[in-house]
Design a protein around this ligand. Structure first.
Ligand code: ADP
Ligand code: ASP
Ligand code: MG
Length: 438
């Protein structure tokens, strides 16, 4: 059994959805995880913003626009009138549900319910398509098994028990279809795994069911060695280790949700990244093997804030770093990079929701400086300590870029630098030209 996840562009048009139906019929029993049709989640975010702002006429016209898009999709994907009718009724129910939120108070709970509608509709569409085409499929509602706990982390036991039960109850189907991204939280409310979360769904399901392989099908031929949206001449990478892929995903390679590698890694299940538009392209295989001892790829994460705490007594005072870290623990704010000197410690965060309180607490230990609009550029590879030259090649490529922090040696897979966001494009292109093109 495999998990096959298809992203928004892979199901974004009737032609693509037909391609998906061809790809999944490979003779294996597969669990197919789908995202919302491309553009839908952004549209639902926009609709929610109008509801927060009580801009009801903008809400209505955007909803109508989205509705037309869905009706068009229905007209073009199904052959049989009964399939069209079934899809129209389904879409009508979801749009009525969304529309009803304009009549009542709107909070984060209602927003989460709206955001879930995209995946609910795409999977229903696909299921109707499968039925029309004689594909032996079963729709498994993600809201019945995908759940997070009170720390907003996946509840692995709940996921496993319920998915296992549902698969046994509905044994004998070739294809199981389910929604990516959406889940219930510890209170049983509709929630989600954050933007891009369908990759995470696929990995969590793959780990729970212990499948043979997790495939992530998207609109590009695998993980590239740099961000193809902003860098010229990027190339697909054949193979990455779990650790390398996890670092790239965490540090901004949008092709994978930041948390999506770990569940697969924990169960040692290979992850394959494939292109729906070009299924014969090799793609990228992510596994426990670490193949070549070299620089593999570069990624960047924006919206980073750096905090520097300067204290005359830092080095002498053991327990200083612990006190600093306790502040971040108290406010549940993860730290990404850290560097220390004898008189100061600098660290970075990307979640600034508790920044004011964090600064207040840190001021007890010394003077605190805050910088924002920074990017972490992360160079990933297999940097074994016996081999020299990696750091100098990276620093040489970045010779014209002001560096705010440098982190080397934290893991053997990652060298990170902190720069101004405005220097990011330049830094990524320079790294590409010198590390991969030379
Ligand atoms: P999906 O909707 O299928 O989940 P995403 O848009 O989330 O697709 O991810 C695929 C996109 O990620 C690609 O189209 C590409 O623009 C972007 N991307 C960013 N960094 C990388 C990278 N290093 N390698 C491949 N794609 C990347
Ligand atoms: N539809 C969701 C999003 O756009 C989840 C996903 O596509 O992975 O973020
Ligand atoms: Mg994605």
């Amino acid at each position: 059994m495999k998990v096959m996840k298809f992203g928004g562009t892979s199901v974004g048009s009737p032609e693509r959805m037909r391609d998906v139906a061809r790809i999944i019929q490979d003779g294996d029993q597969n669990i197919v995880v789908l995202s919302a049709l491309s553009g839908t989640t952004n549209a639902l975010v926009e609709l929610s913003t109008y509801l927060y702002d009580k801009e009801f006429s903008k809400f209505k016209s955007r909803l109508l626009e989205l509705r037309k898009h869905y009706e068009n999709f229905i007209s073009n994907i199904y052959e049989k009138e009964e399939s069209k009718e079934e899809a129209r009724e389904m879409v009508q129910a979801h749009f009525d549900y969304i529309d009803a939120f304009s009549k009542d108070m709107f909070t984060i709970y209602e927003e989460r319910a709206i955001l879930a509608q995209g995946e609910l509709m795409s999977t229903a569409f696909f299921h109707i398509f499968c039925k029309e085409n004689g594909i032996n499929s079963k729709l498994l509602p993600a809201l019945d098994f995908m759940r997070t706990n009170s720390d907003s982390e996946p509840d692995d036991y709940f996921i496993w028990v319920n998915l296992d039960r549902m698969l046994k109850e509905h044994a004998g189907h070739d294809i199981y279809i389910t929604q990516g991204y959406i889940c219930r939280n510890a209170f049983g409310e509709i929630d989600n795994l954050k933007r891009g979360g369908s990759d995470y769904t696929a990995s969590l399901i793959g780990a729970a069911v212990e499948v043979d392989e997790i495939q992530i099908w998207t609109d590009i031929d695998g993980m590239h060695n740099n961000d193809p949206r902003i860098v010229d001449n990027t190339k697909p990478i054949d193979h990455l280790s779990f650790d390398e892929a996890a670092e790239l995903a965490y540090f901004g390679a949008k092709i994978l949700h930041p948390s999506s590698v770990r569940p697969a890694q924990m169960k040692n299940i290979p992850v394959r990244l494939k292109n729906t538009m070009e299924p014969s392209a090799g793609g990228t295989l992510i596994s426990s093997e670490s193949i070549s001892r070299t620089i593999k790829a570069v990624a960047a994460k924006d919206g980073i804030t750096a905090i520097k705490i300067r204290s005359g007594r830092m080095l002498m005072a053991y327990g200083f770093l612990r006190s600093v870290f306790e502040v971040f623990e108290l406010y549940r704010t993860p730290i990404d990079m850290i560097t220390t000197s004898e008189v100061a410690v600098s660290l970075t965060i990307d979640d600034v929701s508790h920044l004011d309180k964090i600064i207040k607490s840190l001021e007890k230990f010394g003077t605190v400086e805050v910088d924002n609009n920074l990017s972490i550029v992360c160079v990933v590879g297999d940097f074994i300590s016996e081999k020299s030259g990696f750091a100098s090649a990276i620093m040489h490529a970045l010779r014209d870029i002001p560096l705010r922090m440098v982190s080397y040696g934290g893991s053997k897979n990652n060298v990170s630098v902190l720069i101004n966001e405005s220097d990011k494009q330049n830094a990524l292109q320079m790294l590409n030209d010198e590390l991969f093109e030379a």
